[in-house]
Ligand binder design. Structure first.
Ligand code: NAD
Length: 390
């Protein structure tokens, strides 16, 4: 049970690039990083507008001289200080991730980067090589991957509770962009512009979340080939898709299906992962994150509740309050962030075994997300054909 006691030797001196006032995801990073005192926010380049960023940083109690106009100045000035930052989180639009992440690694910093990590596998591999060479952590914020019931599903699958795995159904399909809301909303506008979003919209923005959750549940699964069909139902979004279907064939014969959409009218979030075995299935849905459906063929449905003694021990480690009370996205993010901090500390002392045991979405997860999107786009743009997974 997490009680908020310090897990690292000392809080990690931490900065943010992006995540400024009014951004969608900046507050989630701060809530998660600061919750268990694993990190201390001491600097930042919070906004594309330097003045707005400085004002916002000061309102967060960051010293005025450590609210920088841009990430280049942030990394250069902090490197000169004895008490300079040790880690940085990047919460800016997709088009900037590669350059900022590369500069952070070159400055010797640990990184937490938003998804998608970058635009192409070539860029992602460059970041992986740099992180390995500098022995730095790159964590990627697939937030719900930190939820305890994802770990429960992973243990159930590993222990054979479902039998042989046959199908994996993944979904992240909301309805908030059923109309061209980007005309009035800058946070959506860049998402449908390839210059800022990259080669995809919903595949990179949404689908990489359930894709990674399934990867966590089934770490051994490897895609053999896939087929993707993508559409722009709001025509002005073309060539970027606001809806896509992906079929996957895995090594060993299992099949996967992923539906992602921003035009699933009426749906709030619709992020689900259902794993179907020869004997039973589990299903997790982010709108009811504290309940995991466990359906054994021929028996009544069971709803496994977070925090209960009947769960595997790995699904109890990160409980913050007893069963019955809801835990959700913020707690899942906090679980990721304290594990990121432990991974950074372990990497600093060269303990890669401890890093691996933490089970975080790391640089490999970041690279795999980019690879998957690249393969989906290749298939879709060739006319929705099967392509070997490259
Ligand atoms: P947003 O447009 O709402 O906010 C972006 C922020 O970055 C703003 O404060 C902006 O001023 C700042 N910014 C832009 N360029 C900058 C630069 N060069 N230097 C410093 N600051 C800069 O975007 P958002 O919705 O918060 O998304 C940001 C990133 O987070 C995206 O990559 C997105 O895919 C990702 N995201 C992840 C999740 C998740 O669940 N993990 C959820 C939402 C968004």
């Amino acid at each position: 049970m997490i009680q908020g006691d310090l897990k690292v030797t000392a809080p990690i001196r931490w900065a943010m690039v992006g995540g400024g006032r009014g951004s969608q995801i900046g507050y989630s990073h701060r809530c998660a990083a600061l919750r268990d005192n694993s990190f201390q926010l001491v600097a930042g380049a919070f906004d594309i507008d330097p003045e707005r960023g400085r004002e916002f940083g000061e309102s967060l109690r960051v010293a005025p001289e450590r609210c920088y106009p841009d990430y280049q100045t942030l990394f250069a000035e902090e490197a000169r200080r004895e008490d300079g930052i040790q880690a940085v989180s990047i919460a800016t639009p997709n088009s900037t991730h590669f350059a900022i992440c590369k500069a952070a690694l070159e400055a010797g910093l640990h990184v937490v980067c938003e998804k998608p990590l970058c635009f192409s596998v070539d860029e992602a591999e460059e970041l992986r090589a740099l992180a390995q060479e500098r022995r730095r952590i790159v964590g990627v914020t697939y937030g719900y991957a930190g939820h305890q019931l994802i770990r429960q599903a992973r243990e159930m699958i590993a222990n054979g509770d479902l039998g042989e795995i046959r199908m994996i159904h993944m979904q992240f399909a909301h309805g908030f962009h059923s109309e061209a809301v980007e005309q009035a909303n800058p946070g959506t506008r860049w998402r449908v512009d390839p210059r800022y979003a990259g080669p995809s919209y919903v595949l990179g923005d949404l689908a990489t979340h359930p894709y990674y959750i399934a990867e966590m549940m089934l770490p051994e699964l490897r895609i053999k080939r896939l087929l993707c069909s993508r559409q722009s139902f709001v025509a002005s979004r073309a060539p970027l898709e606001d809806n896509a279907y992906v079929l996957m064939e895995y090594e060993g014969g299992a099949m996967g299906h992923l539906w992602t959409s921003a035009v699933n009218a009426g749906s709030m979030h619709g992020q689900k992962v259902r794993v179907i075995g020869s004997r039973a299935s589990v299903e997790w849905w982010d709108e009811h994150p504290n309940q995991l459906r466990y359906e054994v063929q021929g028996e009544p449905v069971r709803i496994l509740e977070r925090g209960m003694d009947y769960l595997y021990p790995q699904a109890r480690e990160d409980d913050r309050i007893g069963a019955g009370h809801p835990e959700g996205l913020f707690e899942a993010w906090s679980n990721l962030y304290y594990r990121f901090a432990l991974a950074m500390e372990a990497m600093d002392r060269g303990d890669t075994t401890a890093v691996e045991a933490l089970g975080i979405p790391d640089i490999d997860a970041g690279v795999e997300g980019v690879r998957w999107v690249e393969n989906c786009v290749r298939s879709a743009d060739a006319g929705a054909v099967w392509v070997d997974y490259a």
